[in-house]
Design a protein around this ligand. Sequence first.
Ligand SMILES: Cc1cc2nc3c(=O)[nH]c(=O)nc-3n(C[C@H](O)[C@H](O)[C@H](O)COP(=O)(O)OP(=O)(O)OC[C@H]3O[C@@H](n4cnc5c(N)ncnc54)[C@H](O)[C@@H]3O)c2cc1C
Length: 384
Amino acid sequence: METGKIYDVAVIGTGVFGAWTARQLRLKGQRVIVVDAYGPSNSLSSSGGETRVIRMGYGQDEMYTLWSVRALSLWKEFFLQSGEDLFLPTGVLWLAEEGNAYVTACQETLQKAQVKTEKLSRQELAKRFPQIALDGVSWGLYEPESGVVMARRAVQLVVRETLKQGVDYLQGAVQAPAGQGQVTSVVTRNGETIRAGFFVFACGAWLPKIFPALLGDRILPTRQEVFFFRPPAGDVQFRVPAFPAWNCRADQIYGLPDIENRGVKFALMRHGPAIDPDTAERTVKVESAIAIREYIGCRLPALKGAPLLESRVCQYENTSSRDFLIDRHPAFSNVWLVGGGSGHGFKHGPVLGEYVAERILAGGEIEPRFSLATKTHDKECTFS
Ligand SMILES: Cc1cc2nc3c(=O)[nH]c(=O)nc-3n(C[C@H](O)[C@H](O)[C@H](O)COP(=O)(O)OP(=O)(O)OC[C@H]3O[C@@H](n4cnc5c(N)ncnc54)[C@H](O)[C@@H]3O)c2cc1C
């Protein structure tokens, strides 16, 4: 890092939100530095998982559906430019019981947005996905063009490609600015000073630790467990294209196919207990593994008794409404807070970065759903 250099923007945090914000700012000609305490898409970060799903369905929520549509096209464009394709068009399957209002709304919104979908009857589901036992399921909604991003590698690729375009990188834990008004520099715990015109704190689950008075009870990090189970030897029924990414809201569970021979992935759609992202032990609870194995033995009978191959503990950084936080810090005119991915943010990285870059450079009203004012202090978060 060049000493004494003054950047247009310093982006703190190189998870998917910070990485794409830095990239979009650089594409708009800004002099940018990115800083991360543990390194781009590290194992503690929410973006550091192996895989993340890109789905278009968001119930009747048109805004996030439209963001997903644009984000997928930006991800694909980026992979094409970089020469490394980290998107797998696995398809995304919603399993629904009779009258499921959310999945019905997904279908209506996706039709309106001209996203390709297929409504599958129980009989069609049984024929197309014989791996799945359909107890309690009466129909499905299939998004054939949605899929999975190799998350950790994708974010690291975004950072690498962006550094090649002249962005600087520093490994360091940035401290919150003090006082109020215009901030001219921030300091890392090791004493390095970073000077810039704007500062974007895209620090995921660390935001409430960095700004405890402001965000301590507005962003709630929760502990989320992820499991990979062994498919039967020689069996390809849980691989792409035979098996899609899928979810069942009634069971509060979602899964991914066996990608890169890592095993068939499962996770719960409900929030775990509160977590400290720095100090948490990253091992899953034995009782969770047992419960999930019991479930998959019923839903995917060929996996009955399958051994657990791998597991991970990650965190969501939830806001009360699950809407992202994108707003200025009320005490500092040039400090932006970007986070609140709330378990669904990964896919939106490219569009979120574009949005943040535009707000910083061109100003304009913040979408009310992203504003700090709409982030209430209640800790009950719902799934969307
Ligand atoms: C198990 C799990 C499954 C998920 N599944 C999906 C999915 O299928 N689809 C989807 O779209 N989304 C999904 N998500 C959500 C998505 O992964 C997150 O919303 C997204 O990764 C958040 O990115 P971020 O950049 O805000 O935070 P992070 O990725 O956590 O990045 C924050 C970064 O800030 C750095 N940092 C922190 N403090 C400092 C400091 N003081 N100084 C410098 N750097 C600092 C950290 O080291 C870290 O690298 C899932 C999340 C989890 C946990």
